[in-house]
Design a protein around this ligand. Sequence first.
Ligand code: SF4
Length: 447
Amino acid sequence: MTQMEAARKGIVTEQMRKVAEDECVDVEWLLEQVASGRVAIPCNKIHMPEPIGIGEGLRTKVNANIGTSPLHSNLDEELAKLEMCIRYGADTVMDLSTGGDLDEIRIEILRRWRKPLGTVPIYQVAKELLMERKPISAMEKEHLFEVIERQARQGVDFMTVHCGITKHALELFKRSRRIGGIVSRGGSLLAMWMVANNSENPLYEHFDRLLEIASRYDVTLSLGDGMRPGALADAGDSVQWYETSVLGELTLRAWEANVQVMIEGPGHVPMHHVEAHVKMMKALCHGAPIYLLGPLTCDVAAGYDHIAAAIGGAIAASAGADFLCYVTPAEHLRLPTPEDVRVGIIASRIAAHSADIAKGVKGALRWDEQMSRARKELDWKRMYELAMDGDRAMEYRSDMRDADKGVCSMCGQFCAVAASSAVERILIEGAKGDAISDIPAECPLIQ
Ligand code: SF4
């Protein structure tokens, strides 16, 4: 039974109970959300990860992509990136490897990563064809479904499948005059196969077969946006919305088969259109969880695309997006390093958390209140504990004398926090004016 089928039968699974507990929500309410498809709990029956709920009414989740490429493949480096995902709080990881022994890499990641793992199966098909010196156009449909099933059997919890690139989508693309073209790697592989073979997308044509595999293992289908805009100028064109409307139709078919679904979205979108994009996606896809790559709000932030994505992600999540795929500073430039992964995760978590405060997610603001109190008390140790990246906060302060107490080098004896405490002691507690002289004594810089 999939999580969705259980929910529809009124059965509260162990996973639903854990998600409800983690999110401080009523478990009966969560059961309704899972039954309706508005929340997905990616949880392959073989992997059985720590359950994570993704969807309306829950905390915005963050995914980190790791994985090798044909030009750079080192398992130890990928495992170092995975360590970053664990340490800096990614909710899910996608293994997007396309270089080296993909099964070995995935099995190693599945052994160490206890939360949901996602993949894009067509990457493995392309890689295996490359090993035989064959182009993607030589792909056999059987090979594609064999890889999907193989990955499901290994325990993959969610898979990106670009089912919405139909022949009609390619017809629209031909007439679209896009600047960025097709920027989805999986989408471009499928499009190449379709054009070379003059055939319909096998993932669309044989969607029921995909559903049968997904249902057997309870793999959540992340319906990919192979036609997502990869340039601001392309955002919101007919190709994008046609594909999204196909994904909406497929969502209903998946739900009929009790298969959980998430909908992937752009890409690059001008800031003032982000909210409308999210609302349109939710409407076309019947309230299914929305999973966005960014969106980047400008095309010119190379080297800083994690910031462009965090701006778009914060707006998108506050408008209803449920799941943000991180973007690292290396985006558009090269494969990320472990340090890029760390920075990307934190940027995306900042976006997600800021949105959660705006959305009124239960308990979101309490974390910030705790930090503000620690700041007020100049309690540095507590600040490191509460910071999203406490290691970085500590690094910044490490060159200070008495780094765990006193004020900091920003204002020294003019520390507003210390001054405000003195003012409050005088105003509220009725201390004498000489309470102000306490300030320098608390400042290690001037001792
Ligand atoms: S010295 Fe300035 S920056 Fe540092 S804690 Fe005090 S008010 Fe904040």
